[in-house]
Ligand binder design. Structure first.
Ligand code: AMP
Ligand code: GLY
Length: 428
């Protein structure tokens, strides 16, 4: 039975966050016929073109709730994981304001790696062999039984920095000691999975699952997947490794059992679910979950989404996903992250960026801002990952050529990017 949705038109939306992911979401939401007013807290200089900025940080939960009440916000979209894990959804809903989840209880899928691994065991979800430890000796013995390389993880949110893939016994033992004693946390020891990594995204309303699309990120800082791990240096969608068969197995063996388990545990999962997968011989295994869109994966998904994003997110909150069908462009989207020189280590801040307007004129290109501010009429870089130069093309080759054509027009001597985004897809 179809319920009539509660929403009409002329909705007032609040988006929370300030990165390239949020710029892409704001861009799509501002184009929705349902959205009359869009605020973004705190946003950035690029987001200011499509939303009204509100000077409240994503973790100022009280102020966000007060703002949403005072401004009669109809719907809140929360971009990053930290406010979700901190319970912003729960706070908003308790105040009578609808929002895209998950709840804090649902966000445990990102907040606790140990919880997810135990859920995989309970539901027979394919993932790396593992065990949880709070004692270094026992951790070392189990790790030794898995051979090398072996994976050592701190539990809890670590923005991708809590994972060490140890190639030697010394590195392994050092990681175990430092994670246990410095962070004082529980750790996980995992089997090292070989294969090709990809991200797959769905919406879940607590019961139904609506597949979105897949993407591949580039986590290392430098060409050839070298250098330190970052938040992501570029992405493209679709990911050729995610064939229809692999997507089908991902949904049946990994995502649906997870959504069922969360409902059975009385903590239904509502919101975006991002599965980090390792695929070998067509068989996907779960590496980890995130409770939000990926950044920069969101940027390429949004470029390919032809349906109304606002309607999809409202239907998720309204438990109406079984009535929804999304349309996607079969073109390829690719995004190149431009970062401040030095990122992900110590980087220069406050350098000027010029000539973005010319770059944005390249056919098929959208430039999403990740960390920018206007100061005295100049556009300044204010963070590590600064711009996401994103393009749509008939093929990955065309999307890549367009993105780099735009990158080359941008005058930012203090920035850098990887020149090989999309290499896996191009190699095929
Ligand atoms: P995570 O924070 O769990 O996403 O881990 C960060 C990155 O480490 C992942 O994106 C993978 O590239 C890698 N990784 C994590 N766990 C494993 C594993 N069990 N086997 C191989 N690579 C892994
Ligand atoms: N791009 C990786 C992430 O959003 O976690």
């Amino acid at each position: 039975m179809t319920r009539k949705p509660w929403w009409g038109e002329n909705l007032r939306f609040l988006l929370v966050g300030s990165g390239g992911r949020e710029h892409a979401l704001a861009w799509a939401l501002s184009a929705s016929p349902l959205v009359d007013k869009l605020y973004c807290a705190p946003g950035n200089a690029g987001i200011a073109h499509v939303a009204e900025r509100v000077p409240i940080d994503a973790l100022e939960l009280d102020r966000l709730v007060d703002f949403a009440k005072a401004e009669k916000i109809d719907f809140v979209v929360i971009g990053p994981e930290a406010p979700l894990v901190a319970g912003l959804w729960d706070r908003l809903e308790a105040a009578g304001i609808r929002a895209l989840g998950p709840s804090a209880a649902g966000a445990v899928l990102e907040g606790s790696k140990g919880y997810v691994k135990d859920l995989c065991t309970a539901k027979d979800i394919p993932t790396a062999a593992y065990a949880r430890f709070s004692d270094a000796g026992a951790a070392r013995r189990f790790a030794a039984s898995l051979g090398l390389p072996v994976v050592v993880k701190a539990d809890g949110l670590a923005a991708g920095k809590g994972v060490v893939i140890a190639a030697s016994e010394a590195e392994r033992d050092r990681a175990i000691e430092s994670m246990l004693y410095n962070a004082g946390q529980e750790i996980l020891i995992e089997e090292y999975l070989e294969g090709e990594e990809a991200s797959f995204f769905v919406l879940s309303d607590g019961e139904n699952v609506l597949p979105l699309a897949g993407a591949q990120d580039h986590k290392r800082a430098f060409v050839g997947d070298n250098g330190p791990n970052t938040g992501g240096m570029g992405a493209y969608s679709p990911a050729p490794v995610l064939t229809q068969a692999v997507i089908g197995r991902t949904l049946e063996k990994i995502i649906k059992p997870t959504i069922t388990a969360m409902a059975e545990r009385a903590t239904p999962y509502m919101g975006v679910l991002y599965a980090g997968l390792m695929i070998k011989n067509g068989e996907p295994k779960l590496i980890e979950y995130n409770c939000r869109f990926g950044d920069p994966e969101c940027q390429v998904l949004i470029m390919r989404l032809k349906s109304d994003l606002a309607a999809a997110l409202l239907a998720t909150r309204d438990r109406q996903l079984n009535h929804l069908d999304l349309r996607w462009s079969d073109h390829a989207a690719l995004t190149v992250v431009m970062a401040a020189r030095g990122y992900p280590g110590e980087y220069t801040k406050g350098s000027e960026i010029r000539n973005l307007d010319a770059a944005a004129q390249v056919e098929g290109v959208q430039i999403f801002h990740a960390a920018t501010e206007w100061r005295d009429g100049k556009l300044m870089a204010t963070g590590g990952r600064v711009l996401d130069v994103t393009a749509l093309g008939n093929t990955v080759v065309e999307a890549q050529a367009r993105a780099y054509r735009a990158v080359d027009l941008i005058d930012w001597p203090d920035g850098f990017c990887r020149r090989d985004i999309g290499w896996r897809a191009l190699q095929r």
